[in-house]
Design a protein around this ligand. Sequence first.
Ligand SMILES: NC(=O)C1=CN([C@@H]2O[C@H](COP(=O)(O)OP(=O)(O)OC[C@H]3O[C@@H](n4cnc5c(N)ncnc54)[C@H](OP(=O)(O)O)[C@@H]3O)[C@@H](O)[C@H]2O)C=CC1
Ligand SMILES: Nc1nc(=O)c2c([nH]1)NC[C@@H]1CN(c3ccc(C(=O)N[C@@H](CCC(=O)O)C(=O)O)cc3)C=[N+]21
Length: 741
Amino acid sequence: MRLTVREIAEAAGGKVLCGNPETICLHLCTDSRTVQEGDLFVPVIGARVDSHEMIKAALEAGASAALTSRHKEMKDSSGKAWIAVEDTVKAMQKIGALCRKKSAVPAVGVTGSVGKTTTREMIAAALSAGKRVFKTAKNLNSQIGVPITLSEIGPEDEVAVLELGIGEPGEMEVIAGISGVNAAVVTNIGVAHIELLGSQDNIYREKMKITAGMKPGDPLFFNGDDPILRAHKESAGFPVILCGTGEDCDYRAEEIVPRQDRVSFMMKYKGKSLPVELSVPGRHNVINALIALAVADYFGIPVECAAEKLKEFRGFAGRLQYSAANGVEILDDTYNASPASMLAGLNVLADMACEGRRIAVLGDMLELGPDTGRYHEEVGEKLAGLKVDLVMTVGELAARIGRTALKAGSGARVMNFKDTEEAKPALLAQVQRGDCVYLKASRGMHLEELVQALEGRCMKIDGKAIARQIKEECRERAQSLKEKGIQVNLAVIQVGSDPASSVYVRNKKRACEEVGIGSLSYELPEETTEQELLELIRELNERKECSGILVQLPLPDQIDEKTVINAISPEKDVDGFHPVSVGKMLIGEPGFLPCTPAGVIQLLKRSGVAIEGKRCVVVGRSNIVGKPMAVLLLRENGTVTVAHSRTKDLKAVCREADILVAAVGKPRMITEEYIKPGAAVIDVGIHRDENNRLCGDVDTVRARRAAGAVTPVPGGVGPMTIAMLMDNCIRSAEKLFTGIS
Ligand SMILES: NC(=O)C1=CN([C@@H]2O[C@H](COP(=O)(O)OP(=O)(O)OC[C@H]3O[C@@H](n4cnc5c(N)ncnc54)[C@H](OP(=O)(O)O)[C@@H]3O)[C@@H](O)[C@H]2O)C=CC1
Ligand SMILES: Nc1nc(=O)c2c([nH]1)NC[C@@H]1CN(c3ccc(C(=O)N[C@@H](CCC(=O)O)C(=O)O)cc3)C=[N+]21
């Protein structure tokens, strides 16, 4: 705006108390902290603060003039202008009206219960294909916001998109009156603000006040899929253009293709067809887009160009924003909630092409009036018909959504939580790679904290599940060998009765059973001689039905491990420890790979952690873990560093790693200080701590603060080692009996 103090006083029906009446004011400002040179400061009397106390500060900060309803006279020695008015808010509305009157720009008003802001942005995007567009900034759509908005319309603007919010009865008439729109959009009649307005019919009537400044023949754009709006097509008092999916819609969407992060459709209008692709997801955005294109068409903008511009709109934080973090897809709809918008969002979730589970995290919808329970239950009823696997509710009201969904026959699992704090650990424990999570509640429920937790969270890499997958594949291969008359057998030799070894041996035999591999078990006494053991190995080397030989390490002192390993036929070396196997691995020839490092590679690959080009650090250089691990990571095109007990500044070396493999043999040594934020951390170590509980080389609790993913102990590398042993056994049998490698 560009108004003199005199003009402002005249428009507002006020009186200049002091200062130069020819002082020019450029902007309206209600917050003394953001005052700029040339502002007119408008003190608003709020419930808690009366900004009249801030007038002096605002003027000192550079405001040219101020309104006041608390002063009858004023002498300001600084020469700044003070204007006395009866009511500062009404005064600023009159100033806004004057600004609007001075500008000849046509304006579109946008109102509705949900999706106003998105629709406003889409309309502005569509119109920008042919005109210079002015639009409401942020959420300046209220009794105070609209005057500020109107005061900002500039001489170069060619069309204005004005968002008009409704609160108490009577408010729309005021802001629509001063906005003087030439066309109006109503996105829907929901139950938002029903607390204040009583019924949906009242909401309709209140919203229709948006036409206050319209001339006969000016158009109304209605969401054609809203039953109340559609029913008023003939009785609205203005020509109505319906935008929706029904037959009777003037702008109609057909062939809607919903995708994770976007949606496309065919628009039918005026006997024409136009393919439209958006960069935001959701069927409700199809309606928003139809409205935007219909408005653009009305203002004479080529619809094809408008559709191109529409594609540039990418949505807002918290309004059904799509993101993916650590393999989990997130639909962040936490900005605010009403039943209509929650259902719209749940439909988006149900439409997602999702590999894992669809999880809905739903919190209380506040300010829905005396029937609030009913509204929550209605969402539950509709939810029952949608594809959702897990519903986590947050709050007392939201709990009704879950209960009603179950009663209405939903197959989803339902969990209830008191608040966000209680829900957070449960959600983090539930989500897995491939899941899709939708989060929605009123702003007061603070579900955005859950979104942050999901985005910054540390993934658990589930070795047990991946090992199960590999064993299942092995079972099928063993079965098909059996059909050719080949039985796979593994010889497992344990010398002595070290309790840890006994556990591993037992686990290996159990895996053999699961997969359909026969196990030939040799439990030799502690005092077995090297000769006796070598004799057994020679015998097993010869036996055709034995496809693999495993000697559990460590061996008692009287037996030399190297001699024993060398005695095993490289054809049956399913542990991958024989020098021939090691040599083949190093030069990349086919052969047996050592189970633990091969298991780590599978773990990374199958949980979606790419190795190629990554900085990999292996801590440990033993022959059975560290060295082969480094070689296998190198084979996968990682950039590999091997660290050990002589490495200087180990923490700094480790912090370089995108993939950190800990095979140090030191309980809980690796903490967050060793970890680059977001890195994948693989814990090979296995120990029993002072409480006899299993733990690894990584302090998992501390590591999770930095890491993007960590493998647990137990349930991480250990089961993978066994699964890869099964894989080696089958491979051995396939090769020995059929000649394929
Ligand atoms: N889950 C599974 O399937 C398996 C688990 N494991 C477990 O993995 C761990 C490692 O096993 P393994 O490789 O056989 O162990 P080793 O003891 O043979 O090797 C340990 C390695 O870590 C290095 N190291 C030791 N202390 C430090 C330190 N403070 N800083 C830097 N480097 C250090 C050593 O360096 P240097 O060479 O300089 O001495 C050595 O290279 C153990 O906990 C073991 O139980 C092992 C096999 C399979
Ligand atoms: N010739 C030989 N080959 C080996 O592969 C070999 C060896 N000697 N000596 C010792 C290490 C260690 N190792 C493990 C195997 C299974 C689990 C395992 O099943 N871990 C379970 C839990 C086991 C438990 O309950 O204690 C888990 O991590 O979830 C762990 C560690 C193989 N090793």
